[in-house]
Design a protein around this ligand. Structure first.
Ligand code: FE2
Ligand code: FE2
Length: 240
């Protein structure tokens, strides 16, 4: 069973908590002329996610499927979605498309977005930012929805636990706890800290997001610029 929360008008968060790993998986459905799903979730979550999406739109009318990087929780059920929705097209970085997505999980070729390119879905405008190795993986990128000021930020701001859907309180502290906890176990080195990390995060901070929407944990509503700059400092302290 998943929980649906409208984090901004027509921007919905779909949350499934998996007890065994103490972790939430969030997908975001943007209801527009051309509906967009951000993150498909793993293949095992496909029935749960489609059931939730069906409460918001006709799932067969889904037009765009976005994600940050090639990983099961990002795009694992892309093929299942594309079989269900005949016009659904994946949007991702050029590297994602040519290195993995088209060969492994896509029913039809993905559309590669260029850095800075804007995709208009009706009322919403998604700007694509190429962010190699942020949060992780060579092919990583992010979508920023300009009208609502929503940064779909994938594994950045990852928080463990069955946390609240939306918060205006600090989530950087929780992110720090997750990083420290993961460093001690099999998920160590979850996020790299590279020579480009600080610059990429400061570029994301310059977007001045009003809503920060991570894949794992609470959505944050507030001063996104300060939150990202604080997170950059935490990453430097814990990982550099
Ligand atoms: Fe990831
Ligand atoms: Fe993830």
């Amino acid at each position: 069973m998943s929980q649906i929360t409208e984090i901004a008008p027509d921007v919905f968060k779909i949350t499934t908590f998996i007890d065994e790993i103490n972790l939430q998986f969030n997908q975001f459905l943007i209801r527009d002329e051309e509906p967009l799903l951000y993150h498909t979730g793993m293949r095992g979550l496909f029935p749960t996610v489609t059931e939730a999406v069906a409460k918001l739109i006709d799932p067969s009318k889904l037009r765009w499927i976005g994600f940050s990087h090639f990983e099961a929780d990002e795009c694992g059920s892309l093929r299942e979605w594309q079989r269900l929705a005949p016009d659904a097209m994946a949007i991702c970085s050029f590297v994602s498309k040519v290195v993995s997505v088209d060969d492994v999980v896509a029913e039809r070729p993905a559309r590669a977005l260029e850095d800075g390119e804007v995709l208009v879905t009706g009322n919403f405008r998604f700007r694509f930012l190429q962010t190699p190795h942020v949060p992780h993986a060579w092919d990583a990128g992010h979508l920023f929805e300009e009208n609502s000021g929503t940064l779909l930020c994938s594994d950045i701001f990852h928080q463990n636990g069955a946390v609240e859907a939306v918060t205006s309180s600090d989530i950087v502290g929780r992110f720090k706890e997750t990083l420290i906890e993961y460093q001690k176990g099999p998920f160590a080195n979850y996020l790299p800290y590279t020579t480009k990390t600080e610059k990429i995060l400061s570029r994301l901070a310059d977007l001045k997001p009003k809503i920060i929407a991570p894949m794992h944990g609470s959505t944050f509503i507030g001063d996104g610029q300060s939150a990202i700059l604080d997170l950059a400092q935490v990453m430097k302290d814990v990982l550099a």
